[in-house]
Design a protein around this ligand. Structure first.
Ligand SMILES: [Cu+2]
Length: 286
């Protein structure tokens, strides 16, 4: 019965919001549409938890309601005097333990699944800076570039405010990509919801995760660790393309980013930081 009700609820929501994007949208409810095996599993796990907590809420509410009606002063003027019931106490200890166990087993399986890929086909190195991201492709001649948010006054039609970056991370679909995440100054976190990615970027240390993107498209994410005043303004834009398109992009990228050599463009950093501060002060963003 519960399953049917929940399915109906999900179905109604599904028809009300047919176009799920890989970015947050107005009146969005639930998770973004999964675009990687990790996120598919996370989504399923989330649904399982939803069933469990719905069951618990209904059960506890029903118990409360029963106690309120059956044992109030008028309905039950002479209360019984006992204060222990061994069987009941064993049951209400054991049942939550069993429920937690049912949750813990798939949770740990998922945790290990997300940790690393057995056979990475390429590597992406991600570095968090205050307040932008740096990317490096060590297997593709070490192409590297920095990625800044496009400020409000430069945003073009169709671009997503606070989510679009000047350079995008181009990645091939159907490829096991090892992702190494680090930071150069303070803690950041590299998170892309539709791909099920969220890895802390810690200075002086590499955290590993991986992704296999199922379908071409644009995936948006944000820094997910409070890292200073520009924290909300260091988004992530990933463009997933076919393997052929990725190869084609590599040829142009190698030329475009050839002179970078990991040099941080401080003028651009100051420019963006200045624009963000001006917008904050004028109240257009906060
Ligand atoms: Cu950050």
């Amino acid at each position: 019965m519960l399953r049917i009700l929940l399915s109906a609820f999900v179905l109604i929501l599904g028809t009300a919001f047919p176009a799920l994007a890989q970015a947050p949208h107005d009146w969005g409810l639930g998770l973004q549409e999964p675009a990687s095996p990790t996120m598919e599993r996370l989504s399923d796990f989330h649904t399982m938890l939803l069933y469990i907590i719905t069951g618990i809420v209904i059960f506890v509410s029903a118990l409360l309601l029963y106690v309120i009606i059956r044992f109030n002063k008028r309905a039950n003027p002479e209360p019984k005097k006992f204060s222990h019931n061994t069987l009941l106490e064993v049951v209400w200890t054991a049942v939550p333990v069993i429920i937690l166990f049912i949750i813990a087993v798939p949770s740990f399986k998922l945790l290990f699944y997300m940790d690393r890929t057995a056979e990475p086909e390429m590597t992406l190195k991600v570095t968090g800076y205050q307040w932008y991201w740096g990317y490096e492709y060590p297997d593709q001649d070490g192409i590297n570039f920095l990625s800044y948010m496009i400020p409000d006054d430069e945003i073009k039609e169709g671009q997503k405010r606070l989510l679009e970056t000047d350079t995008v991370v181009v990645l091939p679909i159907d490829t096991n990509i090892q992702i190494l995440v680090t930071a150069a100054d303070v803690l950041h976190s590299w998170a892309v919801p539709a791909l099920g990615l969220k890895t802390d970027a810690v200075p002086g240390r590499f955290n590993e995760t991986w992704v296999r993107i199922n379908k071409p498209g644009k995936y948006y994410g944000q820094c997910s660790e409070i890292c200073g005043t520009g924290h909300a303004f260091m988004p992530i834009t990933i463009k997933a393309v076919t393997k052929e398109e990725f190869e084609a992009w590599l040829t142009t990228a190698k030329e475009e980013f050839a002179s970078n050599d990991n040099q941080i463009d401080m003028s651009r950093t100051h420019e963006v930081a200045g624009q963000i501060t001006t917008q904050q002060m004028s109240g257009s963003i906060n």
